[in-house]
Every structure is written in structure tokens, then in C-alpha cells.
Design a protein around this ligand. Structure first.
Ligand SMILES: Cc1cc2nc3c(=O)[nH]c(=O)nc-3n(C[C@H](O)[C@H](O)[C@H](O)COP(=O)(O)OP(=O)(O)OC[C@H]3O[C@@H](n4cnc5c(N)ncnc54)[C@H](O)[C@@H]3O)c2cc1C
Length: 440
């Protein structure tokens, strides 16, 4: 049964009023749940609504697991158009564009090309780096506060390069990362193997690596579900199995969210403020209000397989920069993820693209995992052209955004959510260089 709750007009500012302002968070992925957590901590009365039976069952379900602070450079960078051309027409290409008769797809693709200009890439990289560093701090603090367990490892990320030219570019990245306060160092192939002995078999192919000791890995789904349980214990109310069908707007302000429960019964949820954290699906929901969110789904794949031989499975998280594949050890499982495909909202599993990931595991870490028991998965990254998430106030009264985190939603979750809670509390988030929305 869907509850209809009335907002009291005096419930506006959490610090001044006796009863806190009520916020409804739309979406219970990693972004929505962290948003609910930080808002509740800031004194708001929070509810969350999601169509799934529990948290993190869509894009936050089986991602690459990396807290990748050392990779703030977006996919839209000066090298991207050439890379995409190189892979053109290959079904197993790391980057794949499947054209649709959909103006949103073409608009997004052209905007992506514009973000590849060097000046824009530099600006976007600085903004993401600032937010990522803040996010890393917030994640560590949250872990210290809550003791959440989610198969996390603090062994850093090793970015691997397989051609001398790519490795040469990586050396330049060390200085750039240092400017953002991110520690990383270039390593030759022997150092890479010393850091991660499971790479011994791949040693002859490795041109070099870039090691970021401050990065982490962990299961975003376990994290989100555990945090949702803590939030519930702290008073956050979750409406699962509840699909949002529309936003009702009167005189330029949202006054209700129309929903349908699992039995198909219609209802409405009413709060004093609403935060959109709906992944790739937020754009269509706000479009009837005249809001144009530059978010398009960028499909990716992962496989999760039981570790067969712990000595052969890496525990340092790995990024293969040539193939755009990442690999994280999640307890007794190996998660390997990658590929980007512009293919609308298609969530079917493509066997060729999954096989490319399985082949990668077999080539780089032979015998590490039982690939006969690998679980394939696909998810839609809610991506903006420059990978800059939308965080802050919309043009519509009572409507806020924390969405569009693209390739880095797990990395940026805690920083984005705490920043949004700051903004909604009337405080400036402690993040330099980030273009927070201010009513746009
Ligand atoms: C293959 C792959 C690998 C990745 N690897 C990494 C990585 O290593 N590190 C990293 O930082 N990031 C990674 N990402 C990105 C990261 O997973 C995403 O950015 C992040 O999960 C997005 O979270 P979200 O909460 O915004 O969206 P979602 O997790 O999709 O949450 C949106 C929620 O909204 C709900 N919803 C949508 N529409 C409705 C509706 N109408 N009514 C009710 N509920 C609705 C959905 O059920 C869902 O729970 C990866 C992504 C992919 C696909």
C-alpha cells in the first residue's frame, strides 16, 4: 500500500524548525542510498523510493568495484575519437556506438565529442579529481563510523599499459595527479609484478604501470545494501517495489511524486523536497517539466567468478588501460568489468562482449577463477558527456539532483551525497573546482 503524506508548510529548514524538513530520495542505487544517509545525518527526515525489491539492484549491482580516485580523466578526452575509430565495426570493441533513430543519442554523442577538446578535458578532470579526493575522505570516515563490511581492500589500483607509447603518456599523468593531491607513481614491469605477483605470467606483455596506493576496491552492491539497512535503523523509510510514474509540478514547484506499487495500485508520495538519483532513467522523468538532463546510458558488462586459485588472482585492483577493463578481488570472488556501448536502454547480455571479458581473464590471470561459474551482468552507466555529475538545485522549486555519475558512481558516491546534504543545509561543500548546480 502506498502512503500519501502531507507536508506541513512550516517544515522548511532543518536547523531552525523543530520538525525537520522531509526529503524524498528517488532511487536506491549507491547514489540514492548514500544521499539518504548523509541527509539523515544532517537532520532531514528522509524517505527513499525504488522500483526494485531492495537497494542496488540496477547499475550499482555488479560494477568494477574500484574506488578509482587516480582516474579522474573522463572518457571524453583528446585521444577518445581516435580510439573509437580504431575499434570501429568490431563487436568486441571496448568502445562501441550502435546508432539509433534517437535524437538524444546523437545529441549526447556530439556533446561527448565537444568534451574531447583539450581545454574541456582539463577542466572536467580537475572537477572530478576534486570531488573524488573529497569522496575518498568521506568513504573512509563513513567506514570508520559504521564499520560496514563489503569485501573492501585498501591495496591501491595498478593501471597497466601494454605499449611503450601508452606508458609514456602515463608518466605525464603522475605529475598531473600530484597537482590534484593524488599520489601515484610510474612502475616498470618488474615493479608491477612485485606489487601484484599474480601478474607474473603477463610480465612479458607489460610495458609499465601507474600505481595509486590510496585507491581502494569493494563490492558497491554489498556496501549499498548494508548502508541502506543502517539508514533504516536510523529512521530512513524505504518504499521498495514502488515505481515512480511521474512528478507533479504546480506553479513551478514539485508537489508530489506519482507512484505505483507492486500490485499496480496508484498513489502519491509527498515531501518538502525531492532528490533525483534515478541513474539513466531520471532524464525521461524530468523531461515533461522542461528539464533537459544531459544523461545517456552507457552500457557496460561485468563477470563475477569464484576464485579458483588465490595465488593467481590479484588482490591489488587492476585497470588494463588498453582494453578499458578493470578487475577487483571481492573476497573469494573475482569481478572483471569493462566496455562501453552507446546502445540506448538495451539491457540484454551480448555473448560476444562477455566473452571478450572472459578471454581477458584467461589471458592475464590464467587459472585464477572458475570461469565456468562466471555470472555475467550488464548495467547502464548514467553518463553525462564530460562525466561531470549533476549535483545541486534544479530550476524547479523543491527539486534537487544527485545523478549522472557515469563511469565513477561508486568512487564519487560518498563525496557527492555529502556535498548535496551540505548544499541542502545551506552550506558550501568543501570541494574546490566542482561546478555544483545552483538552480542553473
Ligand atoms: C560495467 C560497469 C563497471 C563500472 N565500474 C565502476 C567502478 O569500478 N568504479 C566506479 O566508481 N563506478 C563504476 N561504474 C559506475 C557505477 O556503477 C555507476 O555510476 C553507479 O552505480 C550509478 O549509481 P546510481 O545510484 O546513480 O544509479 P543506479 O544504481 O542505476 O540507481 C538508480 C535507481 O533508480 C531506480 N529507478 C529508476 N527508475 C525508477 C522509477 N521509474 N521508479 C522507481 N525507481 C526507479 C532503479 O531501480 C535504481 O535502483 C561501473 C558501471 C558499469 C556499468
Amino acid at each position: 500500500m502506498i502512503t500519501v503524506r502531507r507536508a506541513s508548510p512550516q517544515r522548511r529548514r532543518p536547523q531552525k524548525s523543530i520538525t525537520p524538513m522531509r526529503v524524498l530520495v528517488l532511487g536506491a542505487g549507491v547514489t540514492g542510498v548514500t544521499t539518504a544517509w548523509y541527509l539523515a545525518r544532517a537532520g532531514f527526515e528522509v524517505s527513499v523510493v525504488d522500483r526494485e525489491p531492495q537497494a542496488a539492484l540496477e547499475t550499482s549491482r555488479a560494477n568494477g568495484g574500484q574506488i578509482s580516485i587516480s582516474h579522474p580523466e573522463p572518457w571524453a578526452n583528446p585521444g577518445a575519437p581516435l580510439t573509437a575509430l580504431r575499434w570501429l565495426g568490431r563487436e568486441d570493441a571496448p568502445l562501441l556506438f550502435r546508432p539509433h533513430a534517437d535524437s538524444a543519442q546523437w545529441r549526447w554523442a556530439f556533446a561527448f565529442l565537444r568534451e574531447c577538446l583539450p581545454g574541456r578535458t582539463r577542466r572536467n578532470t580537475a572537477a572530478i579529481a576534486s570531488l573524488a579526493v573529497h569522496s575518498g575522505r568521506m568513504l573512509r570516515a563513513l567506514r570508520a563510523d559504521t564499520g560496514l563490511a563489503y569485501d573492501h581492500l585498501e591495496r591501491g589500483i595498478l593501471h597497466l599499459f601494454f605499449t611503450p607509447a601508452e606508458f609514456a603518456h602515463a608518466r605525464g599523468r603522475v605529475d598531473e595527479l600530484a597537482e590534484y593531491g593524488i599520489l601515484a607513481r610510474a612502475c616498470d614491469a618488474d615493479e608491477c609484478v612485485a606489487l601484484e605477483p599474480a601478474l607474473a605470467g603477463a610480465r612479458p606483455q607489460i610495458a609499465g604501470g601507474l600505481y595509486a596506493p590510496g585507491d581502494e576496491s569493494g563490492d558497491a552492491c554489498r556496501f549499498t545494501q548494508a548502508l541502506a539497512r543502517r539508514a533504516e535503523e536510523a529512521g530512513v523509510r524505504f518504499h521498495y517495489d514502488t515505481t515512480i510514474t511521474g512528478l507533479s509540478c504546480t506553479h513551478g514547484a514539485i508537489d508530489a511524486v506519482a507512484v505505483r506499487d507492486a500490485q499496480g495500485r496508484a498513489g502519491a508520495l509527498i515531501a518538502d523536497a525531492y532528490v533525483v538519483c534515478l541513474g539513466s532513467y531520471g532524464r525521461a522523468l524530468v523531461a515533461p517539466l522542461g528539464e533537459t538532463l544531459p544523461i545517456y546510458p552507457v552500457k557496460g558488462y561485468s563477470i563475477t567468478a569464484p576464485v579458483a586459485d588465490p595465488a593467481r588472482a590479484p588482490s591489488v585492483s587492476i585497470t588494463d588501460e588498453s582494453r578499458r577493463i578493470v578487475c577487483s578481488r571481492l573476497g573469494d570472488r573475482l569481478r572483471v568489468a569493462g566496455t562501453a556501448e552507446l546502445n540506448g536502454f538495451d539491457t540484454r547480455i551480448n555473448a560476444t562482449r562477455c566473452q571478450a571479458i572472459l578471454d581477458w581473464v584467461e589471458a592475464r590471470f590464467p587459472g585464477a577463477a572458475d570461469l565456468t561459474r562466471a555470472e555475467p551482468w550488464t548495467g547502464l552507466r548514467p553518463a553525462t558527456p564530460g562525466n561531470i555529475p549533476l549535483i545541486g538545485r534544479s530550476r524547479i522549486s523543491r527539486l534537487w539532483y544527485n545523478t549522472g555519475h557515469g563511469t565513477l558512481g561508486w568512487t564519487l558516491a560518498c563525496g557527492s551525497a555529502s556535498a548535496l546534504a551540505d548544499l541542502m543545509s545551506g552550506r558550501r561543500p568543501p570541494v574546490e573546482h566542482f561546478p555544483f548546480l545552483a538552480g542553473r
